[in-house]
Design a protein around this ligand. Structure first.
Ligand code: IMP
Length: 201
């Protein structure tokens, strides 16, 4: 049983593979199938996740898992949010822009959201889950692990350390993506065992 991971983001791929390893599914990437990264045209994480999952499922004829995620900063009214990947052209540029925008700001509260959507091969059944991690934006980037904004994000549950200073198992245990995948895990196990999921939920 194959499951297509409908993302072109290598950081997400690594994490989803690690979290779902052992679930009994063969995890294939868009690159494995020479498919392009899907569009994210909507203004909510949930809509974008569903759009990615259904587009990739229909293109490949496989069950597909879409992930739309991002960082929401309180003092910036929730920005960059769904535009997290497009905040600046490079990961480094995005982190620098965020730090610059918060230069004079004392309230540094923020959270990550991850919306997941699991689509049937015909795109007609969608199963959803969401995860969130709360924390704050550090004064400077720290740590080498993870990807994206990880060096700037101090999760509440790991005081004093950024996500990029956590081992991957620690990040996955408390992260938005780890939590969303744990919520979807029963359905993914059922899919692996039975090869199908009947009811939309
Ligand atoms: P998208 O879901 O493809 O729109 O991209 C989400 C963007 O949000 C990524 O490119 C990262 O910049 C950021 N992001 C999402 N999840 C994480 C994470 O776990 N750590 C760090 N940055 C993340």
């Amino acid at each position: 049983m194959k499951l297509l991971l409908a993302t072109g983001n290598p950081g997400k791929l690594v994490e989803v593979r690690e979290i779902l390893g052992g679930a009994g599914l063969e995890l294939v990437s868009l690159a494995d199938l020479h498919l392009p990264s899907p569009d994210e045209p909507f203004s909510t994480f949930a809509e974008n996740a569903a759009a990615k999952a259904t587009a990739c499922a229909v293109q490949s004829g496989l069950w597909a898992l879409g992930d739309d995620s991002g960082l929401c900063v309180d003092a910036l009214g929730g920005a960059p949010g769904v535009f997290s990947a497009r905040y600046a052209p490079t990961e480094e540029g995005r982190r620098a822009k965020l730090l610059a925008n918060l230069a004079e700001v004392r309230d540094r509260g923020a959270h990550f959201i991850c919306a997941l959507a699991l689509s049937s091969p015909d795109g007609k059944r969608i199963f959803r889950a969401e995860g969130r991690v709360d924390g704050a934006i550090a004064l400077a980037a720290r740590g080498k692990n993870g990807f994206g904004y990880d060096p700037l994000f101090l999760p509440r549950e790991a005081p004093g350390r950024t996500l990029a200073e956590l081992e991957s198992t620690e990040k996955n245990r408390l992260s938005h993506r780890g939590r969303a995948l744990e919520r979807l895990r029963p359905l993914i196990l059922k899919l692996a065992k039975e090869g199908n999921l009947a009811e939309e939920c």
